[in-house]
Design a protein around this ligand. Structure first.
Ligand code: 5GP
Ligand code: ZN
Length: 115
């Protein structure tokens, strides 16, 4: 399932190069282009789903299991003190790219990131 006009489809499937932290058959995890903090990452499914309401349950379950795994490693990799896991649906909620994704935002004591 692909949307030819979707930038995250191209990134997730490796057609546009990205700073990739992790990849498997279903997902690519990349660094955000406009990071809220050092190490801000995005989990992208390789298939196109506009948001949480379109992605099948087995895939969103896998995505959140992966989010937990990567969030756990962020302390060692980036030296963060905490992690926000954020997932926006709809313009009103701040969604700007309409390909389901999960934000992993490492937090540092006193960073004032305003997430
Ligand atoms: P949203 O606002 O839809 O929840 O999140 C979209 C995120 O994607 C933003 O944090 C934005 O910085 C990031 N972003 C948008 N375009 C690109 C891109 O081409 N490459 C990467 N790595 N991140 C992007
Ligand atoms: Zn897409």
């Amino acid at each position: 399932m692909r949307d030819d006009k979707c930038i995250f489809c191209k990134i997730a499937n490796g057609e546009i190069p990205s700073a990739t932290l992790y990849e498997d058959e279903d997902f690519r995890v990349i660094l955000d282009l406009g990071p809220a903090t050092k190490g801000h990452a995005l989990i992208l499914p390789k298939n196109h789903f506009a948001n949480l309401f379109e992605i099948p349950e087995d895939m969103d379950a896998k995505a959140f299991i992966l989010a937990k795994k990567i969030a756990k490693k962020m302390k060692d990799v980036f030296g963060c003190d905490g992690v926000n896991i954020v997932q926006n649906n709809g313009v009103a909620a701040g969604q700007t790219v309409f390909h389901f994704h999960i934000h992993l935002i490492p937090r540092y004591e006193g960073d004032h990131a305003g997430v």
